[in-house]
Design a protein around this ligand. Structure first.
Ligand SMILES: C[S@@+](CC[C@H](N)C(=O)[O-])C[C@H]1O[C@@H](n2cnc3c(N)ncnc32)[C@H](O)[C@@H]1O
Length: 921
C-alpha cells in the first residue's frame, strides 16, 4: 500500500509519509565559481521559497487561517468515501490535497492512510510567537565564491630549501611538483574527483541553500553536526578577538565599557526564545534536505532548551527519526545552590531511521565498572570461583588474585523440549527449570564443559564469561570522559566543543570519505576531527573571528597517517585494521576477538569486532591537513567593470534599495564606528540624503565640533567597486561634506586605493569601514546599541625587496616584508601604526591573479606557537630557523610568477581580512 506523501511537511509528527517532497535540483546548475569565472555568476538566481505545510501550522483551532480545518474536513470526506470501497479500502488512484496556490501538499492512498493522517492533526506540538505566521520563508540564492586556496604541504614546500643538510634546487623541485621531496615525509589525504574541503563565510541558511541550489549537494551529506548558540542569555557568549578567549556572558553595559569588542556571534534575537526557535527550525529544514538517506544530524544543546529543541526536531525530522539523547560532561560545571549542572546534550536524529548508517563504538571496560552488578567473581589459580562482595567490588576489600569473570545464565526462556536434556557435572544432574531450556544443544554444552566454562552454583549451571574474553563494552549514551582540555585538547575558542565528542559522532555515523557538514564552525572542531578521520568536510560560520581561528587550527595541524586499504581511492577505500597484542597479551589492535558462549559451543573461531577508532598508523609519515578553500557568499574583491551594485535590473535595484534602508536603520541604532584602540567615531542624525545619486546616507559626527559626513554602502552580496567609490567621492565633495565613509562587507583592492588616496587627489578624505558579515543574517537579529558592527580597518604596509638570483644567470628573486598595519583615525587624521610582528596572521600570494582567488603560498602567524606541532613532527627534517621564519614578518624568497604581482592578506585582531596588491618590478 502506498504511503501517504506530504510536501515539505515541517511538522513531522511521526506519522508515515512525513516530509516527502523531494528536492528538485536543476540539471544545469552551475558549480561554484573558480578561477576567472565569477563574471558568469553575476546574474543572481531568484530566491528559493521554503514552505512549512500550512495545514501543520501550530494553532490547532480548526477555524483558524491555517488550513487545518480544510484538511481535516477533506480527510473525513475521504474516510467516508473509502469506507464504502471493499476492504482493504484502497483508492484506485491516490487522492491529492492541494494548497491554495495549487501545490500538492498531501497524497492519500487508502482509508488507513487517511485515518493515520487525521490522527496526526491531533498530536500536540510546540507553539511560539511568529510560528503560525511563518508558513514559508525566502532564502536568497547565491553562488559561493572561492576567496583562498590553502595547502599546508604547499606552504612547507616553499621552505624546502631549509631542509636539514640538504640544499635543494627550488627550480628542479617546482619542475616536478608531483614528486616533491616533502612527499616522502609529509602527506595529506586526497579525495577522488579532486574534492577539496571547504570553509565558508556566510549565514548558514544562505550557504546551505547555495549548496542545495548551486551545487546539487541535496541528499549527499552523511552527517551534520550543529552546535548553535544555546539560545540562553540573549546577548552573550561571543569571543571578540582572535587571541582572547576570556570573554563570556557580557551584558550590554560591559560592551560599552570595552569598545573594541566585536561579537563573534551574537545570540541576540529580537523576540528572544521565539526568534531563536524560528531561526533553528528554518536551518534544520534545509539541513534535512542535505542529508543522505542513511544520514544523521546531531544538535548540541544545554539543558535549558533541550526540551524545545527536541520538540522542534520531532517536527522537522519526524518523531520516529529520533535516535537518542547523549548526555556528555561539559568542561566547567555551573555552580548552583541546588544540583550543579554538569552535562550538555546531543540530540541525534536520522534522515530515515530504517536506513541509518551506524557503527557501534566500544570503550575499554575499566575492570569492575558497576559494583551493583551481581555474579562478578574471581577465579583463583586453583580453580575456585569466589563471588565478590559489594565492598570488594567498590575497592573496600582486597580481591584475591585470579581472573575476573561474570557468571551468566546458560538457560533461555520457554520450555523447548529438545533443549531440556539432563547434564551430569561433578556428580550431580542438572535440568533447566520448568519454563526454560539450555541455551545450546548437547554437543555445545559438552564443548563448554570441556573448555572449563561451566560452573555449578546452587541448583544452577552458569557460563563463565571472563572479562578478558572481550575487554570492551559498547559505548552508551552517557559520555563522562569527553571534557575539553582533557587529554591535552588545546583550547582555541570560548565555546569550543571537545574533539572527542565530535569524534564519536563522526565515527558512529560515517565511513571514511563520507561528507560531514557543520554550519556552526566556531573554531572548526568538526572540520578538524573530520580531517583527522579522512572524512570530507564543509563548515560554515557567519563571523570572521571563528573562521580565522579555524583556518589557523587546520592549516597548522598534524594527524596520524591511518593506512589506506586502497590508496588509489583515498580514504573512501577504508582504513587498514589489524589484530595486535602487546607483551602482556592484551589486544591493542583495531581488530579484537570477541569470545562468546556461542563461539565455544559451536567450536568456531571467535567473532572479531572492529574498533573503528584504532586503524593502523604509518608512523614514518607526518600527515597534515589536505588542501582546502575559504569561500564566502560575498564575491572575491576583484575589479569587475561593474557599478558595484550587482546587476542592474529592477529586482536587484530594489533589493539594493531595501538593503540600504536596513543599513541606515542599523547605523541609526548603532551610531558608532570603531577605529581600534578604544577610539570611536560617534554619529548623530543618521538619515538618507536628499536627492542623491550615489550617496546612501548622511550624518553628523559628534567627536568635538559637529561635522556633516556622507556614507555610501557597498552591495549586500558583493564587494565595493572603484566606480562606486569614485561616484560617491565626486558627489560628497560637491555637496561639501567633510568626510566620506565607504561601508561594505568587502572592497576591491583598487577601490580601497582610491579611498586611501582621496584627500591627496584634492577631494574630501574618505575611510573604508568594514561591516560585520552577521548583518547578513537578516531581520532576525536585534542590532544592539553598542555592539561592534562597523569597524575602521587598517591597511597593510608591505615592502618588496628584490634579491639577487639564486644562481648566476637565474631570475631575480623577491622577498615580501610586512611592515605593519596602518589605521587612519578619521577624527584626528592621525595614523595608528601597528608593527607587522603584532598581527595575528598574514598570508602571501606570490603570484596573485586578480581575476581569481587568493592562493596562499606562504602563511605566517607572528608571535604564536601555531606551527609548534608541525615543528615537533618535522624536527629531524627542518632547521629551527624555518619555524622562526614562519612566526615572522619576512617571506621566503621567491621568483616572480606569471602575473608579476603579489598580494598580502593580513588578518587583524577582529578577524577582518585586509589585502594589498603590489606589482613586482
Ligand atoms: C557555539 S559556537 C560553535 C563552536 C564549535 N562547536 C567549536 O568547537 O568551536 C556557534 C558558532 O555558530 C556561529 N553561528 C551562529 N549563527 C550562525 C549562522 N546563522 N550562520 C553561520 N554561523 C552561525 C557563530 O558565529 C559561532 O561561531
Amino acid at each position: 500500500m502506498a504511503k501517504p506523501t506530504r510536501a515539505r511537511n515541517a511538522r513531522g509528527s511521526g506519522a508515515a509519509g512525513k516530509s516527502a517532497k523531494s528536492y528538485v535540483h536543476e540539471q544545469t546548475s552551475p558549480m561554484r565559481p573558480d578561477v576567472g569565472t565569477q563574471a558568469q555568476f553575476r546574474k543572481k538566481k531568484p530566491p528559493v521559497t521554503y514552505r512549512y505545510d500550512s495545514s501543520l501550522s501550530p494553532s490547532l483551532d480548526w477555524d483558524g487561517q491555517n488550513g487545518a480545518r480544510e484538511l481535516g474536513e477533506w480527510l473525513l470526506a475521504l474516510i467516508d468515501e473509502a469506507a464504502r470501497i471493499d476492504p482493504p479500502h484502497v483508492f484506485d488512484q491516490p487522492r491529492e490535497f492541494r494548497a491554495a496556490d495549487g501545490r500538492v501538499v498531501l497524497s492519500i492512498g487508502s482509508l488507513q492512510d487517511a485515518v493515520a493522517e487525521l490522527k496526526t492533526l491531533g498530536i500536540p506540538f510546540l507553539n511560539w510567537a511568529g510560528k503560525a505566521e511563518r508558513l514559508s520563508f525566502d532564502v536568497p540564492t547565491l553562488p559561493l565564491f572561492i576567496h583562498e586556496r590553502l595547502s599546508t604541504k604547499a606552504i612547507v614546500e616553499t621552505l624546502v630549501g631549509h631542509r636539514r643538510g640538504k640544499q635543494i634546487d627550488l627550480f628542479s623541485l617546482y619542475g616536478d611538483p608531483q614528486h616533491s621531496i616533502t612527499d616522502q615525509v609529509l602527506k595529506a589525504y586526497e579525495y577522488q574527483d579532486n574534492w577539496v574541503n571547504r570553509m565558508i563565510l556566510g549565514d548558514s541558511l544562505v550557504v546551505m541553500n547555495s549548496l542545495l541550489q548551486y551545487e546539487r549537494l541535496g541528499g549527499q551529506v552523511q552527517m551534520i553536526y550543529i552546535d548553535p548558540p544555546y539560545g540562553v542569555k540573549f546577548g552573550s557568549n561571543f569571543q571578540p578577538f582572535v587571541r582572547r578567549r576570556d570573554v563570556s556572558h557580557n551584558d550590554d553595559e560591559d560592551l560599552t565599557r570595552e569598545p573594541e569588542m566585536v561579537k563573534a556571534y551574537r545570540d541576540t534575537w529580537q523576540l528572544g526564545l521565539h526568534s531563536y526557535l524560528t531561526y533553528m527550525r528554518d536551518r534544520l529544514l534545509l539541513a534535512r534536505d542535505l542529508l543522505t538517506p542513511s544520514g544523521s544530524v546531531f544538535v548540541q544543546i544545554s539543558d535549558e532548551n533541550l526540551h524545545h529543541m527536541r520538540e522542534m526536531m520531532d517536527e522537522v525530522f519526524g518523531a520516529d527519526s529520533f535516535l537518542g539523547v547523549i548526555a556528555f560532561a561539559k568542561t566547567s560545571g555551573l555552580k548552583s545552590s541546588l544540583l550543579a549542572s554538569s552535562a550538555d546534550y546531543l540530540l541525534w536524529y536520522a534522515r530515515d531511521p530504517d536506513n541509518i548508517r551506524y557503527r557501534q563504538l566500544f570503550i575499554r571496560r575499566p575492570g569492575i565498572d558497576d559494583p551493583t552488578e551481581r555474579y562478578i567473581c574471581v577465579e583463583t589459580p586453583n580453580g575456585e570461583v569466589i563471588d565478590l562482595s559489594y565492598g570488594q567490588k567498590t575497592g573496600g576489600g582486597s580481591i584475591p588474585e585470579g581472573r575476573l569473570l561474570k557468571l551468566s545464565d546458560v538457560t533461555s526462556q520457554d520450555p523447548v523440549a529438545a533443549l531440556r536434556y539432563e547434564i551430569d557435572l561433578g556428580g550431580r544432574t542438572f535440568v533447566p527449570s520448568a519454563r526454560r531450556h539450555w541455551s545450546t544443544h548437547r554437543d555445545g554444552m559438552n564443548a563448554l564443559i570441556t573448555a572449563g566454562r561451566i560452573h555449578a552454583q546452587g541448583n544452577n549451571l552458569w557460563f563463565k564469561r571472563y572479562f578478558d574474553d572481550f575487554g570492551y563494552k559498547p559505548l552508551g549514551d552517557i559520555w563522562t570522559d569527553v571534557k575539553t582540555n582533557a587529554f591535552g585538547d588545546p583550547r582555541y575558542y570560548v565555546v569550543q566543543t571537545g574533539t572527542s565528542v565530535v569524534e564519536r559522532c563522526i565515527l558512529m555515523t560515517t565511513n571514511p570519505g563520507d561528507l560531514v557538514l557543520d554550519p556552526t564552525c566556531g573554531s572548526g572542531t568538526t572540520a578538524y576531527v573530520a580531517e583527522q578521520w579522512g572524512r570530507r568536510w564543509i563548515t560554515i560560520d557567519t563571523s570572521r573571528v571563528p573562521l580565522a581561528l579555524a583556518r589557523q587550527r587546520l592549516l597548522t595541524a598534524t594527524f596520524p597517517y591511518y593506512q589506506l586499504k586502497d590508496p588509489k581511492r583515498g580514504p573512501a577505500g577504508g582504513f587498514v585494521y589489524a589484530r595486535k597484542q602487546n607483551k602482556k597479551g592484551e589486544e591493542v589492535g583495531g581488530i579484537v576477538p570477541h569470545i562468546t558462549l556461542k563461539s565455544i559451543a559451536n567450536n568456531e573461531p571467535p567473532e572479531e569486532e572492529v574498533l573503528v577508532d584504532r586503524p593502523e598508523v604509518d608512523t614514518s609519515v607526518v600527515r597534515v591537513t589536505g588542501a582546502f578553500t575559504v569561500e564566502a557568499t560575498i564575491p572575491t574583491p576583484v575589479d569587475w567593470e561593474s557599478d558595484g551594485i550587482e546587476d542592474s535590473g529592477s529586482e536587484q535595484a530594489q533589493s539594493y534599495g531595501s538593503f540600504v534602508e536596513r543599513m541606515i536603520e542599523v547605523l541609526r541604532r548603532s551610531p558608532v564606528l570603531h577605529v581600534g584602540g578604544g577610539r570611536t567615531v560617534k554619529l548623530a542624525n543618521v538619515r538618507p540624503p536628499a536627492k542623491s545619486l550615489s550617496l546612501s546616507a548622511e550624518a553628523l559626527t559628534t567627536n568635538g565640533d559637529e561635522k556633516p559626513v556622507a556614507f555610501v554602502f557597498g552591495p549586500e552580496n558583493g564587494a565595493i567597486s572603484q566606480k562606486l567609490v569614485h561616484a560617491a567621492l565626486q558627489e560628497a565633495n560637491l555637496k561639501g561634506y567633510s568626510h566620506l565613509y565607504v561601508i561594505g562587507f568587502a572592497i576591491q583592492p583598487h577601490a580601497r586605493d582610491v579611498v586611501e588616496k582621496a584627500a591627496d587627489m584634492g577631494l574630501l578624505p574618505a575611510t573604508y569601514v568594514q561591516a560585520t558579515p552577521d548583518l547578513m543574517m537578516g531581520d532576525l537579529l536585534k542590532n544592539m546599541r553598542s555592539s561592534q558592527i562597523f569597524s575602521v580597518c587598517g591597511l597593510p604596509e608591505i615592502k618588496v625587496h628584490k634579491l639577487a638570483p639564486e644562481a648566476n644567470g637565474g631570475s631575480p628573486r623577491y622577498q615580501v616584508e610586512l611592515l605593519g598595519l596602518d589605521t587612519f583615525d578619521p577624527t584626528t587624521m592621525e595614523v595608528d601604526h601597528r608593527p607587522g610582528a603584532d598581527v595575528p596572521a598574514w598570508f602571501l600570494d606570490g603570484d596573485y591573479n586578480e581575476s581569481a582567488h587568493f592562493k596562499v603560498s606562504q602563511a605566517f602567524f607572528p608571535r604564536t606557537g601555531a606551527w609548534n606541532d608541525l615543528r615537533k613532527a618535522l624536527k629531524a627534517d627542518y632547521d629551527d630557523s624555518v619555524w622562526d621564519h614562519l612566526a615572522g614578518t619576512k617571506s621566503a624568497p621567491f621568483e616572480a610568477g606569471e602575473h608579476r604581482q603579489v598580494a598580502v592578506k593580513v588578518i587583524d585582531d577582529r578577524g577582518n581580512e585586509l589585502m594589498v596588491v603590489k606589482p613586482l618590478g
